[in-house]
Design a protein around this ligand. Structure first.
Ligand code: NAP
Length: 319
């Protein structure tokens, strides 16, 4: 049975990827870090099919040990401090986990188990301030947050270890992908929860920063499939994964509230305190290479994604 090791198993993507791999007959080891109050709600339904082991991206030895112990065929490095606003408040921690965490993983791989194929979770935030056109694998990086900068470091290092040591190491450059398992601080989940709370009479408003920024939003369940496909190729290379369409935060708000029969204008309050020190007006990806070489296409479009997320929150509140 082939074995996959996933860092960030307790996050949104980790849970979807584990589900996909388990359903395809893989043995899956998820890495969890020590916590005083562990809450593994995203993967509870996968236990006991899923195996957990303990390591931390801040601790080199622990990563080395788990690779030596499990000798996985695939390693997916999904762990990160992944929330852009937190990266301004905690830039050093973000660098330690999101940038150097990848360096520690690559070093552990190189020294303990170079046979494994390695996936690094890159982000469209690496493109940052870009031309209006869609970004593909050749577009320049101009990150606009400590998070984006950390991801650029991790991406370049992944490419560097591939070129220097011959590792099968690839960087996926994924545009935003969402689901009912998204962290509650992210704007899409925040809006889905707010629409459901208004519907249930439990809230009246939600506060947001800019409404005009545009993102290329897809469904997380689709995007983990692309990660897996990248590691199944005969040659390692990097891929952009995106839907090719950009929508504004306002578009999302409109649809989320419409899904519960409300007008968004009555419930969305602008809060200047939520503005970022630097913004990226628009991110839109060109995933032609993923489509042509991986045979990957997204299954869920924007409207369906918003509906799915709001329905999940309505059901959650209904008990
Ligand atoms: P997420 O829900 O925020 O999950 C992050 C994961 O990283 C959690 O499992 C977290 O564990 C773990 N983690 C954080 N610090 C760690 C440390 N020091 N050691 C070990 N694990 C640690 O993120 P996601 O949405 O699933 O995204 C997965 C990856 O893709 C991330 O690297 C993210 O930056 C990247 N990405 C995401 C998107 C997107 O739209 N979702 C787009 C592009 C790239 P705890 O549960 O213990 O906190």
């Amino acid at each position: 049975m082939p074995t996959a090791l996933i860092t960030g198993i307790t996050g949104q993507d980790g849970s979807f990827l584990a589900e996909l791999l388990l359903d395809r007959g893989w043995r899956v080891i998820g890495l969890v870090r020590r916590s005083a109050s562990p809450d593994h709600w995203r993967i509870a339904h996968l236990m006991p099919r899923l195996e957990l082991d303990s390591a931390d991206l801040l601790d080199q030895g622990s990563l080395f040990e788990v690779l030596r112990r499990h000798k996985p065929d695939h390693v997916y490095n999904l762990a990160a401090q992944s929330f852009v606003p937190t990266s301004w408040r905690q830039p050093v921690l973000t660098g330690e986990v999101t940038a150097l965490g990848c360096a520690r993983m690559l070093e552990a791989l190189r020294l303990a188990w170079p046979e494994a194929r390695f996936y690094q979770a890159g982000s469209s935030e690496m493109f940052g301030l870009n031309d209006a056109g869609p970004q593909d694998e050749r577009a320049a990086f101009h990150p606009r947050s400590p998070y984006g900068v950390a991801k650029v470091y991790a991406h370049h290092l992944t490419v560097n270890y591939r070129e220097s040591y011959g590792l099968f190491a690839v960087g996926g450059i994924l545009f935003n992908h969402e689901s009912e398992r998204r962290g509650v601080e992210f704007v899409t989940r925040k809006l889905a929860m707010a629409a459901a709370a208004v519907h249930a009479g439990r809230a009246q408003t939600v506060t947001l920063g800019r409404l005009d920024v545009r993102r290329d939003w897809g469904f997380a369940g689709d995007y983990v499939e692309a990660m897996h496909l990248m590691l199944l190729q005969s040659e390692p290379r990097d891929f952009v994964v995106a839907t090719g369409l950009a929508w504004s935060v306002q578009d999302f708000a409109e649809r989320a509230f419409a899904a519960v029969g409300r007008r968004w204008q009555a419930h969305v309050v602008h809060d200047p305190a939520l503005l970022r020190p630097a913004e990226i007006p628009c991110l839109r990806g060109d995933a032609s290479a993923a489509r042509d070489q991986l045979g990957w296409t997204p299954s869920l479009a924007f409207d369906g994604l918003v509906e799915r997320m709001v329905r999940a929150e309505v059901d959650r509140l209904a008990g």
